[in-house]
Design a binder for this molecule. Structure first.
Ligand code: MTE
Length: 325
């Protein structure tokens, strides 16, 4: 992955939305009913005339905002919505951070998700049917990119465990392999043939069933923007951000450990587990500290990105595995 340099348009901390402002807006949206929907769908990306929904209808937009689950607390300020939606990694649309505009070309309806491999029955479900079958909640999570920057954002979505139950895997399944869409007509990065498209990621079944593993359908109390991985992405906050794949179309249950996108490209730099650890440097840079995007602050990186109480047990008997790359 490219090492990033600070860009002129990054906001100072004083410009980041304080949580009480954000909460007030949520309260407003929660009470304003259908009027709020009209406002939400009328939003444009800052400094442009581009509608935030990129022109795609969102049949489940009425579900947002959703109640926040206070079990998942973060002691950091939220990253501003503007920054979290304009500073992204989504290599399908380019290998730089300003892909948000290009990502608006992704058609996200109709959209289906396929469950296959070791399942009771293979099936393909429409994304809005799936979202309506789930109980949505909001969780504030940290996201720590392997490039040593971090953000803190309120995701909306549902526990990955609920998706696994929905998929009905066989007991022989040991891993879940997940795949992002593939369409080089709309995603120029996918015309770069040296990348092993589509983007693939994987988890063990125990990781996928962990309380923290979350399927994301929204951000900041609204449906998920395309550049953040609409209409369905993963959030596994104890792992480096590349594990949290975007715009998922397929989950395959398997006995074999999947090889992920970055591992396939550079197996000496990226592995299957990719758990955050300040003491295990990337071969080309330190992981000891991280930069909070939108600020000039560098803070110490925490083991499992600070989520050890939820996940450390998963790895208790795996000392021989390269758990931190
Ligand atoms: N998913 C896909 N399909 N393609 C990508 O390039 N980048 C990953 C992850 N998911 C990526 C992806 C990386 S490296 C990070 S850090 C996060 O997305 C960034 O998520 P964000 O842009 O919502 O902050």
């Amino acid at each position: 992955m490219l090492v990033r340099r600070k860009r002129g348009w990054e906001l100072p901390e004083s410009a980041a939305t304080p949580e009480h402002v954000y909460l007030n807006r949520r309260r407003f949206m929660g009470t304003a009913g259908s009027g709020a929907l009209a406002i939400a769908s009328g939003l444009v990306w800052p400094g442009t005339g581009i509608a935030q929904d990129g022109g795609s209808a969102r049949p489940t937009a009425d579900l947002y905002p959703v109640p926040r689950n206070m079990r998942y607390r973060v002691e950091r300020d939220l990253t501003s919505e503007e920054l979290a939606t304009t500073y992204n990694n989504f290599y399908e649309f380019g290998s730089h951070k300003e892909i948000w505009r290009a990502a608006q070309a992704l058609p996200i309806r109709p959209w289906t998700v396929t469950f296959d491999g070791q399942v009771e029955e293979e099936r393909t479900v429409d994304i809005d049917t799936l979202i309506r079958a789930m109980s949505l909640e909001e969780r504030v999570y940290r996201l720590r990119c392997v490039e040593a920057w971090a953000i803190t954002i309120p995701w909306s979505g549902f526990p990955m465990r609920a998706l696994i139950d929905y998929a009905r895997p066989l007991s022989s399944a040991r891993y879940v392999r997940m795949e992002t869409f593939q369409d080089s007509e709309v995603a120029p990065g996918q015309r770069q043939f040296w990348y092993p498209w589509p983007y693939v990621e994987g988890l063990t079944m125990a990781e996928a069933r962990n309380d923290l593993a979350f399927m994301v359908t929204g951000l900041y109390g609204r449906p998920l923007p395309k550049q953040n991985g609409a209409p369905l992405r993963l959030a596994v906050p104890w792992k480096y951000g590349f594990k949290s794949l975007k715009s998922i179309v397929r989950l395959t249950f398997t006995e074999e450990r999947p090889v992920n996108f970055w591992q396939e490209i550079a197996p000496n730099e990226y592995g299957f587990w990719a758990n955050v650890n300040p003491e295990v440097p990337h071969p080309r840079w330190s992981q000891a500290t991280e930069r909070l995007i939108g600020t000039d602050e560098r803070v110490p990186t925490r083991i499992y990105n600070g989520y050890g109480e939820f996940v450390a047990d998963l790895y208790a008997d795996m000392q021989g595995e390269p758990l931190f790359m």
